[in-house]
Ligand binder design. Structure first.
Ligand code: NAD
Length: 304
């Protein structure tokens, strides 16, 4: 059996997969190389770097399982895989804590201008006035999407003394209350009352541009918006305009519509802080994602 791994995964996961067959780790493949290598692979393991589209799936002659060592499967054409009877497995809970911790990091970084102040000190400046920030204690955090990550963020924000409101049409008021979040009836309401807004919803046709000009116009003048979920959830053009015109205070982003961002004007703004797509980039999340997926695949082969 040939197991093709096209994005870096934890070595513990590779060792589990080696029990099943010959493992080939081939990262940074061009599309042509991937189309060639996939032909005789039985199992394909990816993270978010490899795009497994219909063309890739059609080139696969023996493929039975695609393992996504991570959370979302938006880089995989699940419909095309299903049509060919290929199983897609992922590790939905592997990075919830890592993403929630980075979300808190970005909230604090934006509230206290930490990246800008860091750059300034390293340039030899010592300007305390310019970087005066705000406390997050007592502020209202609006959490859009109260699933695995949203709930972990709620727990941590509660510990900072924040007031929590949330919007998620698929969870009950009681569930939200049990984690200290007041569930609101609309995103509009959440935008109006929140000092800081954080997104934790999947990107789907329904959630594309969930935050656009209309929603931004409802936000407080000092609002901070954080996107640690997926690029495309916020309309980047509307966000750029609002930040440039100082309609809101700041944005903290580690996901973009196009990754890596190219000629993205948001990166030129002082009130935007960002990192590359780092949410799941911790030792713990990567180890857990790889192991969960490898164990699922092993179980499938042992039981079938
Ligand atoms: P989850 O499925 O547990 O939670 C998502 C929540 O969003 C659910 O409770 C759902 O009811 C809610 N939701 C769906 N549509 C909504 C809408 N229109 N408005 C408000 N709420 C809505 O997912 P999760 O594990 O918490 O992850 C959330 C998202 O974060 C993922 O879909 C993924 O895009 C992103 N993510 C990114 C990274 C990373 O940066 N590496 C890692 C993990 C997850």
């Amino acid at each position: 059996m040939k197991i093709l791994i096209t994005d870096p995964i934890h070595e513990d996961a590779i060792n589990i997969l080696k029990e099943l067959g010959d493992v080939e780790v081939a990262t940074n493949l061009s599309k042509e190389e991937l189309l060639e290598k996939i032909k005789d692979a039985d199992i394909l393991i990816v993270r978010s770097g490899t795009k497994v589209d219909r063309e890739v799936i059609e080139h696969a002659k023996k493929l039975k399982i695609i393992g996504r060592a991570g959370v979302g499967v938006d880089n995989i054409d699940v419909e095309a895989a299903t049509e060919k009877g290929i199983i897609v497995v992922n590790a939905p809970d592997s990075s919830s804590i890592s993403v929630a911790e980075l979300t808190m990091g970005l909230i604090l970084a934006a509230a206290r201008n930490i990246p800008q102040a860091n750059n300034s000190v390293k340039k030899g400046e010592w300007d305390r006035k310019r970087f005066k920030g705000i406390e997050i204690y007592g502020k209202t955090l609006g959490i859009i999407g109260l699933g695995r990550i949203g709930q972990q963020v709620a727990k941590r924000a509660k510990a900072f003394g924040m007031n929590l409101v949330g919007y998620d049409p698929y969870i009950s008021k009681e569930k939200a209350e049990s984690i200290g979040v007041k569930l609101l009836d609309s995103i509009e309401e959440l935008c109006k009352v929140s000092d800081i807004i954080t997104l934790h919803v999947p990107l789907t046709p329904k959630t594309k541009n969930l935050i656009g000009e209309k929603e931004i116009n409802l936000m407080k003048k000092n609002a901070i918006i954080v996107n640690c979920a997926r690029g495309g959830l916020i309309d980047e053009k509307a966000l750029y305009k609002a930040l440039k015109d100082k309609k809101i205070k700041a944005a903290a982003l580690y996901v973009f519509e196009e990754e890596p961002p190219k000629n993205n004007p948001l990166l030129e703004l002082d009130n935007v802080i960002c990192t590359p797509h780092l949410g799941a980039s911790t030792d713990e999340a990567q180890k857990s994602a790889g192991k969960i997926v490898a164990e699922q695949i092993k179980k499938y082969y042992l039981e079938s």
